[in-house]
Design a protein around this ligand. Sequence first.
Ligand SMILES: CC(C)(COP(=O)(O)OP(=O)(O)OC[C@H]1O[C@@H](n2cnc3c(N)ncnc32)[C@H](O)[C@@H]1OP(=O)(O)O)[C@@H](O)C(=O)NCCC(=O)NCCS
Length: 166
Amino acid sequence: MMAKAGGGRTPHPKTPRASEATVADLMMPHQANGLRRPSVFGGVIMSMVDRCAALSAMRHSGGQCTTLSIDRILFKEPIRVGELVEVRSRVVHVGRTSLSVLADVYAEAIATGVRRHTNECWLTFVHLDDDGQPAPVPPLKLETQEDRLMHDLAQRRREALLAERR
Ligand SMILES: CC(C)(COP(=O)(O)OP(=O)(O)OC[C@H]1O[C@@H](n2cnc3c(N)ncnc32)[C@H](O)[C@@H]1OP(=O)(O)O)[C@@H](O)C(=O)NCCC(=O)NCCS
């Protein structure tokens, strides 16, 4: 996904909380797959994850970002039509021009209020300048133990991705 936000880039470090984003949608019949007992089509969830993570990348970088990779999306359990899907994301690691974003997906059965964590996904974005070239992003300020844990996990994932680079 290519996305653009207004405003200039700040040189100041930003915390993962500053880039938190949420995208939510009520799952409708046209979003179901063709299974005998239909669940929501995986591509619907992937689209929501990409859009939400792009918002986080834009919030951190203060400008346009493009998806470089969707490293992994794990579908742990089905999401049903009629459930509310909420994606929450934040930037957990930055390189010079790239940003690693962690997105969590929750499904809520509205009638009962029961909420499940159904998916987690790691994405990498690259911040682009007005000419479409990779551009530097602000540093990430790690404040909590959780920030440091996710940062280290993202760092290891990034190293693995770069090792595969041809
Ligand atoms: C994203 C894009 C601009 C990067 O171009 P590039 O020539 O690889 O740019 P660079 O070599 O300068 O790398 C940019 C950043 O991406 C990182 N990167 C590039 N390839 C990578 C890979 N395979 N794995 C992990 N990171 C990678 C680099 O390390 C660098 O990050 P850093 O500055 O934090 O170290 C280019 O690949 C692109 O335009 N891709 C298409 C994006 C798109 O259309 N997305 C929507 C898909 S539907």
